[in-house]
Ligand binder design. Structure first.
Ligand SMILES: [Zn+2]
Length: 414
């Protein structure tokens, strides 16, 4: 009988021999905050899953080896605030701020998981699941809007009779494989009603809530929402939107924010086309109050204005002094944990192979906020390659290709 020690020696010898990997990313600098990996290593993929992460893997039996030296390899990015349910009644959310199809944009933004933030509500969610979520190669999850019809325009989100926690929780539970939260947004009346109803639905369905607090009114102070109404794990998105009361009269990060964070409330970027201002972000970030999660609030008008994509946002935070390793954490394991999907946003052996290759460009770059405010930075992240469940979905430099003269394929004759 094998002793325990000889069994382990055998296992070690086995893993050291050549493995029939499908794909190996060789020589990149792997950053995987969840597993404390921050070094040069090879990443091997087999059957759509991570097969090995280690320096100097034997790749003689690998079907394809791609040299990514000089580049960074990170988990596929997890963007927990996007709008990807196109074709919603009345022309999509908020006129020009309309949804995009996940597969049109996700791969080139290094995003392998997207969470639609309340574009649909319980009345129309099943249709979006069928038409978008189930048809996309990018992993699409969703937070259901506490308003039954979601956000075809601002006005329908003001209907107090359509805020239905029971119906919302029922749909959330029926689709619990893809529904990860409840969303409320754009509420205008001087009450906390939509936030309270969303929390009620969150309690019934056992999921967190994400709040776009809309307008700042003295009758419903933001401080009270994050201090009292939101539960641990709930998320305040559009965190750096002027005029949120994030600083005290001395320009210091307000004490109630530290207390809310300690209580477990999460602060999400949700940049969008109107919800991120350096006037708030730079002083707050420079004082060390960083976001828990970097998200885009992706839609047609945000991607074509100062937001651009999640990599631009990561670069913006680096320009404000946040280290690369931390912006990767805020775009991978942190958001995955916030939506209770801790298996995502990491490169672990056995996990689904959602991996991206990023280039860190050095130079002089400019970044703008939602009002055209500008800062400069010396580094910018761009997407070189996106792999979702082991499949190359975006390949900016043709690394997965072969010189065309060597291709062993038969071309059809005309
Ligand atoms: Zn949004």
């Amino acid at each position: 009988m094998l002793s325990k020690i000889s069994f382990f020696l055998l296992a070690a010898a086995f893993t050291a021999t050549a493995q029939p990997y499908d794909l190996v990313l060789r020589g990149g600098h792997v950053i995987d905050p969840k597993n404390q990996v921050d070094r040069v290593a090879d990443v091997a993929i087999r059957d759509g899953r991570i097969a090995a992460v280690a320096p100097g893997l034997d790749v003689s039996q690998a079907r394809r080896v791609i040299d990514v030296s000089g580049l960074y390899v990170t988990p596929g990015l997890v963007d927990i605030h996007v709008h990807v349910f196109p074709g919603l009644e009345n022309g999509g959310i908020l006129g020009g701020a309309s949804s995009v199809f996940p597969d049109q944009v996700g791969p080139r933004m290094a995003t392998t998981t997207m969470v639609d933030a309340g574009t649909a509500g319980w009345r129309n969610f099943a249709r979006y699941r069928r038409d978008i979520i189930d048809q996309s190669r990018i992993r699409v999850l969703a937070m259901i809007n506490i308003t039954g019809v979601g956000m075809p325009n601002f006005d329908v989100e003001q209907n107090p009779y359509d805020l239905d926690p029971e119906a919302t929780a029922k749909v959330a539970k029926a689709h619990k494989d893809v529904v990860v939260g409840i969303k409320t947004a754009h509420w205008r009346p001087p009450t906390f009603l939509s936030v309270e109803k969303a929390v009620e639905a969150g309690n019934l369905a056992g999921v967190p809530v994400m709040v776009d607090f809309g307008y700042f009114l003295p009758e419903r102070p933001y401080q009270e929402m994050v201090s009292r109404i939101l539960r641990p794990g709930d998320m305040s998105t559009h965190f750096y939107r002027w005029p949120a009361p994030l600083m005290d009269e001395n320009g210091k990060v307000a004490e109630y924010l530290h207390a809310a964070r300690k209580r477990g409330v999460k602060f999400d970027v949700g940049h969008g086309s109107g919800s991120f201002h350096f006037r708030l972000a730079e002083p707050v970030v420079r004082q060390g109050f960083w976001p828990d999660s970097i998200s885009t609030d992706l839609h047609v008008s945000s991607m074509n204005s100062g937001m651009i994509d999640i990599l631009s946002l990561m670069s913006k935070f680096m320009a404000m002094g946040v280290p690369l390793q931390e912006v990767v954490r805020m775009s991978t394991t942190n958001p995955a944990t916030q939506i209770n999907r801790p298996e995502l946003g990491q490169i672990a052996v056995g996990a689904e192979a959602d991996v991206v290759v990023l280039r860190l460009e050095k130079g002089k770059f400019g970044f703008t906020d939602a009002r055209g405010g500008r800062i400069e930075g010396a580094e910018r992240l761009t997407c070189d390659m996106t792999i979702r469940a082991g499949r190359v979905m975006f390949d900016y430099n043709g690394r997965a290709g072969a010189p065309w003269r060597e291709l062993k394929i038969r071309y059809p004759d005309r």
